[in-house]
Design a protein around this ligand. Structure first.
Ligand code: ADP
Ligand code: MG
Length: 256
């Protein structure tokens, strides 16, 4: 059975894309068949695997417009893992937010498009944009669960209640089975007290499941996308690679 996980947080720069790329690659490394969907018009997930995003004309945008079938938009990331696949995005997607509003059943388009291929994959990971608009709503409507990256910084919890409220609204109206898979701390810096305080504070104040794995701040994670590689291929012994492998183990365990 396949599991669809939306990686969401309306804050930018918290590690959604880094988590989407590297969690997907580590799941693939562990033998899972993975489809990663880039739902951000910045296309950082797409370029993170070395694709020239603005040269692609079959992206998630055309899928949402129902101009191309989902099968046509899927590209194998075989240079990395033969069981890893991507639906890319580029700047065209920026228009989708407004265009979708005029469509019937606009919240369900991604879910509907995924239906015929869903069961071919063990995991479908959706990298959401930094907003709680129609693209994120589509991702959460299609998803089984939401994984929320939280950056270890002073304002870590800002906006989190709004995110949880959005998830609750979607549970009530569009996707009653949706649940919060868990919160994962990112960019943890062991040298600062602040990171530790943030983790403690969030643990005390949050009712959500928190992953045991904490993603450290690791410069190799920031470098890897410019080589078009996930961390487990760019520097397989780095602390970032070890952490994302552990997160993949937890995600696989949760899926059982
Ligand atoms: P988002 O998708 O939420 O906007 P990104 O994953 O793009 O966030 O991360 C924002 C920036 O932080 C990027 O430049 C990325 O390379 C860097 N980054 C993310 N996670 C880490 C980490 N654990 N260690 C070091 N840099 C990181
Ligand atoms: Mg991103």
């Amino acid at each position: 059975m396949s599991r669809v996980i939306a990686i969401a947080n309306q804050k930018g720069g918290v590690g959604k894309t880094t988590t989407s790329i590297n969690l997907s690659a580590c799941l693939a490394e562990k033998g899972k068949k993975v489809l990663l969907i880039d739902m951000d018009s910045q296309g950082n997930t797409t370029s993170g695997f070395g694709f020239e995003k603005n040269e692609l004309d079959k992206t998630v945008y055309e899928v949402l417009r129902e101009e191309v079938s989902i099968e046509e938009a899927i590209i194998p990331v075989e240079e990395c893992f033969e069981n890893l696949f991507l639906i890319p995005a580029n700047r065209n997607l920026a228009g989708a937010e407004i265009e979708l509003v005029t469509r019937e059943n606009m919240q369900h388009i991604l879910k509907k498009q995924l239906e015929p291929i869903k069961d071919e994959y063990d995991f479908i990971v959706i990298d959401c944009p930094p907003a709680l608009g129609m693209l994120t709503v589509n991702a959460m409507t299609a998803a089984d669960s939401v994984l929320v990256p939280i950056q270890c910084e002073f304002y870590a919890l800002d906006g989190l209640s709004q995110l949880i409220y959005t998830i609750e609204l979607i549970q009530e109206s569009l996707n009653p089975d949706l649940y919060i898979e868990g919160v994962v701390f990112t960019m943890y810096d062991a040298r600062t007290n602040l990171s530790l305080q943030v983790v403690e504070n969030v643990k005390d104040n949050l009712k959500q499941t928190i992953y045991k794995t904490i993603i450290p701040r690791n410069v190799r994670l920031a470098e890897a996308p410019s080589y078009g590689l996930p961390i487990n291929l760019y520097d397989k012994r780095s602390s970032g690679a070890e952490a994302y492998r552990m997160l993949a183990d937890e995600v696989i365990e949760n899926a059982k």
